[in-house]
Design a protein. Structure first.
Length: 65
């Protein structure tokens, strides 16, 4: 995990601030568009959400339909 990167924290044990986003791609896209993560984490600029996007995509594929 690098600075400036949003990653899923399954157990809630990673150090630092946390933020909740509903595990749906449209919710993630909305949070990114509204710059919710930098505000939540008090970060100065855009954050990399690739790992979080990958996690949500995998969860969506694994979910029964």
């Amino acid at each position: 995990m690098d600075k400036g990167e949003c990653v899923p924290d399954h157990r809630g044990t990673l150090p630092g601030r946390g933020a909740y986003v509903h595990p749906a791609l449209h919710c993630l896209d909305l949070a990114v568009r509204r710059r919710a993560f930098p505000r939540s984490f008090k970060a100065p600029g855009p954050l990399d959400t690739a790992a979080l996007r990958e996690h949500i995509e995998q969860a969506a594929q694994a979910a029964p339909q």
